[in-house]
Write a protein that binds this ligand. Structure first.
Ligand code: FMN
Length: 142
């Protein structure tokens, strides 16, 4: 099992039908692929965490990368997983109106190179009200 966090520049508004189409499509298509995760929209960006079997995850990211509803996807963090962080979440979502990543990140001191990805995950978890204390307490965190 693997996970991946990327950031991209949104070409559709958080309040638009295309955004809701992305979430609906994800929630319908992810369960049979064993994919779970979380999508956050803020400041014209998408931040998405996806996890699942390596083959499904990589194939999904190939599809996501070429999706015209966003541009410039950039992987922030990826790696292996023993247990899901978003078990039961076909695709949760959040936006800055609910919780701001900037505000969250500003409240936490930055650590090493991996900190941005870790912050993203921590943020996504906090946004989903599933705070992983093990992650927040990781040594790289500062
Ligand atoms: C920000 C963003 C996140 C997406 N997340 C998912 C996802 O988690 N699962 C999914 O099946 N499609 C997701 N999509 C849609 C895919 O890019 C793609 O449209 C969908 O998998 C259908 O692919 P196909 O048109 O090649 O069949 C996402 C698209 C965007 C723009």
């Amino acid at each position: 099992m693997e996970f991946l966090v990327y950031r991209s520049r949104a070409r559709v508004s958080r309040h638009s039908q295309p955004f809701h189409d992305i979430v609906a499509r994800s929630q319908a298509d992810n369960p049979p692929l064993g994919i779970t995760g979380f999508l956050h929209a803020e400041a014209g960006c998408f931040l998405q965490y996806i996890e699942g079997p390596a083959g499904s995850l990589r194939a999904l990211y190939v599809r996501i990368r070429r999706d015209p509803r966003h541009t410039g996807p950039e992987v922030l963090c990826h790696g292996g997983l023993e247990a899901r962080r978003f078990d039961g979440w076909a695709m949760g979502w959040c936006s800055s109106e609910v919780m701001s990543y900037r505000a969250f990140a500003a409240a936490i001191p930055r650590g090493g190179e991996a900190s941005e990805g870790r912050l993203a995950i921590a943020f996504l978890m906090a946004a989903g009200q599933r705070i992983d204390l093990g992650l927040l307490a990781a040594p790289e965190f500062g």
